[in-house]
Ligand binder design. Structure first.
Ligand SMILES: *Cc1c(COP(=O)(O)O)cnc(C)c1O
Length: 363
């Protein structure tokens, strides 16, 4: 029986395909290498027992600690429900549905298009060059009406940092016209590449950060938007009145303590060592065509028989992320860097992959 509810929905919502997050894709694994999470849980204890009260909108301790960590002033920091909420708040504050547009450069993170579509804002894409750097002349041609340009660096899923000189040129060509949003979700793996130091030169630069990756807190849902005070004040107009629950603020504050930061940096060092070994080991596997260098906690590799590799590892409980459908990434799988044991599981699974099953796909 039709309830006509479907017809009541906004046309752009009816047309939406929800973002297929790693979690939604499912799988029955014991080695989860598909969502760029930290492989081990970090223990925390709640210290706040005041759940009868509403939380602070922008918890002071979290803001002050993140500002100190990022080398910025408190009024340059907004805390929100993951970097994903930052992506969306920027569209809601700066883009007029049906009129303005956002722009980004595939292959890249999937939520820029999903947020734009949900809100009913046009998105334009300019494919990256073959080395996954920005195609600046093509971007310049498409900037008319664009209010927000997302640049993911290090880029997910390719793992490369975007050339700072190119981002500078992008900032020059967008001055007074559009925001440039640097998505630095993985910046802890290459902190020297952060653009936070550029905020004083560029009023239209915005930086997205998260506790989901290097800080090992994907389940917490806590991220940050860094920008000049004028941008932050506008975002504060559209954010929910209580974006962070008290337990989230409590744990985020602990994660950003000196101890928390030291632990995070230790974890990053371990993952980088694991990553370099994983890359070297992958390069020795027969049917691996190319393994790309990475400045993040994941590795992109091109296989001669990607779907067989994906399926075979899936059946052994090793869950990777298929990137085959992204422009320029046919045959590519993204592998999150896990523990040393998890990396070894991947390599031994690849080594025992029978030559027969690989050649069947090629045929
Ligand atoms: C994981 C990720 C995010 C989302 O981070 P959350 O804080 O978990 O919402 C944003 N951007 C990129 C590039 C990511 O990979």
């Amino acid at each position: 029986m039709s309830s006509k509810i479907e017809e009541l929905a906004r046309a752009n919502v009816r047309a939406l395909t929800p973002y297929l997050s790693a979690r939604r894709l499912g799988g029955n694994g014991d080695v989860w290498l598909n969502a760029n999470e930290y492989p081990l849980a970090v223990p925390f204890e709640l210290s706040q027992q005041t759940l009868n009260r509403y939380p602070e909108c922008q918890p002071k301790r979290v803001i002050e600690r993140y500002a100190a960590y990022a080398g910025l002033a408190a009024d340059q920091v907004l805390v929100c429900r993951g970097a994903d909420e930052g992506i969306e708040l920027l569209i809601r504050a700066f883009c007029e549905p049906g009129k303005d547009a956002v722009l980004f450069c595939p292959p890249t993170y999937g939520m820029y298009s999903v947020s734009a579509e949900t809100i009913g804002v046009e998105y334009r894409t300019v494919e990256a060059h073959e080395d996954w750097q920005l195609n600046l002349p093509a971007i310049a041609e498409k900037l008319d009406g664009v209010k927000v340009v997302y640049v993911c660096s290090p880029n997910n899923p390719t793992g490369n940092v975007i050339n700072p000189d190119d981002i500078r040129q992008l900032l020059e060509m967008t001055r007074g016209k559009a925001l440039v949003v640097a998505d630095e979700a993985y910046i802890e793996f290459c902190p020297q590449a952060s653009l936070t130091g550029w905020l004083k030169e560029y009023p239209h630069l915005v930086i997205l950060r998260t506790l989901s990756k290097a800080f090992a807190l994907a389940g917490l849902r806590c991220g940050f938007t860094l920008a000049n005070a004028e941008v932050i004040a506008l975002l504060m107009k559209v954010i929910a009145p209580y974006p962070l629950s008290t337990p989230v603020a409590d744990i985020a504050g602990q994660a950003l303590s000196d101890q928390g930061l030291a632990l995070m940096r230790q974890h990053v060092a371990t993952l980088i060592a694991n990553r370099e070994k994983l890359i070297a080991d992958l390069r020795k596997c027969d049917f691996v065509e190319e393994v790309y260098n990475s400045d993040s906690n994941y590795v992109l590799a091109r296989f001669t028989a990607a779907s067989t590799v994906f399926k075979t590892l899936w059946d052994q409980g090793i869950i990777l992320r298929d990137q085959n459908k992204q422009p320029g990434l046919s045959g590519c799988l993204r592998i999150t860097v896990g523990t040393a044991e998890e990396c070894d599981r991947v390599i031994s699974a690849l080594q025992t992959l029978s030559g027969a099953s690989v050649s069947r796909e090629q045929a």
